[in-house]
Design a binder for this molecule. Structure first.
Ligand code: DOR
Ligand code: ZN
Length: 431
């Protein structure tokens, strides 16, 4: 029997510090001054305990682009960021559009053991949007795939989207849409607006996202399927989601990334491709709408869209650079800054958007659970008073493309526990 005593922690940042006793991966006692009886102790004085985070949107790049990230390096980044489960997107090389690759990713994640790595299956073969992949075989595989997405690309054919949503019902799965009408974003390099115009960059209009979200909500209503909208970036999409959730009988959920909660297209003026991301950084008005939507539930959760890229794909001209930025190790700090310090979410709210809702959306029964006796010991331990400066080269990812390089952030994950095993913050253990 393995036991760990977490000393002096404040669950959800509430009340006086307590101890949490973990036995065999389960929270077995919570209370003040629990007897240590010579067991291993983790010093958590001053820390806030939250349920381990769940990321519905991570690019781990393996197989195929191990020069940007591997399942191992990405798992380490996830653990250091407070995550206990991540969903690895299907745009690998070869594409995760079949059970063999899905099982490979799942098994690699299990063997590394730092975070539960759930492969996302592609909706269409090769992500080419033309032919449905074998969703049922992936769902029935050892990886038990329950989320499907062509992320990086939009499933733009409405008939294919309709069929995928129909299948999602029988498979108890969710279809995660990268909402981008490709005919409206051909050649697009940045948010369509004054800044892009001044720099001579082709624009990516918010309506390219909004039209697909509206269409897919109607298709999901018709098919009865489960729709999840990836990386919502515009105020208009928030309006569509409110309409779908309040006025129609649509099973739709949505995520927002930390970078869309913090950064705007003002970043374009530096012309540094580290700020290039898809969908693009938008306006201050969009950021404001995204924050309030996350606070009131119109947007359900935070997902990182952690997108490592090798130096040659980022340290180049803007138009040649690949879109995407690192996110796993900085997500909590950005959410604290944009939502918690701003008074829009308390720690329980942070737990809701980083752990509980994403676990529910993905159907994970053992993550995002309340911090109560009898529940799995999946925890993120946060130092709420930390101040730290991000250094891209010090992050665990193989790639270093973080837009926060050199920035001082507040609050930091300093420990992570996965089913009772300490996956980050081992230096705090004594005994
Ligand atoms: O910025 C992005 N990067 N957006 C996507 O949709 C794909 C991702 C990637 O794979 O790099
Ligand atoms: Zn995407």
């Amino acid at each position: 029997m393995t036991a760990l005593l977490i000393k002096g922690v404040r669950p959800y940042g509430e009340g006086d510090p307590v101890d949490m006793l973990v036995r065999d991966g389960v929270l077995s006692e919570i209370g003040p001054n629990l007897a240590a009886d010579g067991m291993r102790m983790l010093d958590a004085a001053g820390l806030v305990a939250l349920p381990g985070f769940v990321d519905l949107h991570t690019h781990l790049r393996e197989p195929g682009r191990e020069d940007a990230e591997t399942i191992e390096s990405g798992s380490r980044a996830a653990a250091l960021g407070g995550y206990t489960a991540v969903f690895a997107m299907a745009n690998t090389d070869p594409v995760t559009d079949n059970a063999v690759i899905a099982e490979h990713v799942w098994r690699r994640g299990q063997a590394i053991g730092l975070v539960d790595v759930h492969p996302v299956g592609a909706v269409t073969v090769g992500l080419d949007g033309a032919k449905l992949a074998e969703l049922g075989t992936m769902a029935a595989s050892a990886a038990a795939v329950r989320m499907f997405s062509d992320d990086g690309y939009c499933v733009d054919d409405p008939l294919i989207m309709r069929r995928a949503l129909e299948y999602s019902v029988a498979l108890d799965a969710v279809i995660a849409q990268h909402a981008e009408e490709p005919r409206l974003t051909a050649g697009a390099q940045a948010h369509e607006g004054e800044r892009a115009a001044r720099l001579g960059l082709a624009g990516w209009p918010p309506s390219a996202e909004e039209t697909i979200v509206a269409r897919d909500c109607l298709l999901a209503e018709h098919a009865g399927g489960r729709l999840h909208i990836c990386h919502v970036s515009s105020a208009g999409t928030v309006e569509v989601l409110r309409w779908a959730k309040d006025r129609r009988d649509v099973w739709v959920s949505a995520e927002v990334t930390p970078h869309h909660l913090l950064l705007t297209d003002e970043r374009l003026t530096s012309y540094d491709p580290v700020n290039k991301v898809n969908p693009p950084l938008r306006t201050a008005a969009d950021v404001k709408a995204l924050r309030s939507a996350l606070a009131d539930g119109a947007i359900d959760c935070v997902a990182t869209d952690h997108a490592p890229h090798a130096p040659q794909d980022k340290d180049c001209e803007w138009s040649q650079a690949k879109p995407g930025m690192l996110g796993l190790q900085t997500a909590l700090s950005i959410v604290v800054e944009t939502m918690q310090v701003a008074g829009l979410l308390d720690w329980r709210g942070v737990a809701r958007v980083m752990s509980e809702r994403p676990a529910e959306i993905a159907g994970l029964a053992d993550h995002g659970r309340p911090l109560e006796v009898g529940e799995p010991a999946n925890l993120a331990l946060v130092d709420p008073d930390a101040r730290w400066t991000v250094r891209g080269e010090q992050l665990a990812s193989v790639a270093g493309n973080t837009p926060y390089d050199g920035m001082e952030l507040m609050a930091r994950v300093v420990g992570t526990v996965l089913r009772g095993r300490v996956t980050a913050g081992q230096e705090r253990i004594a005994g």
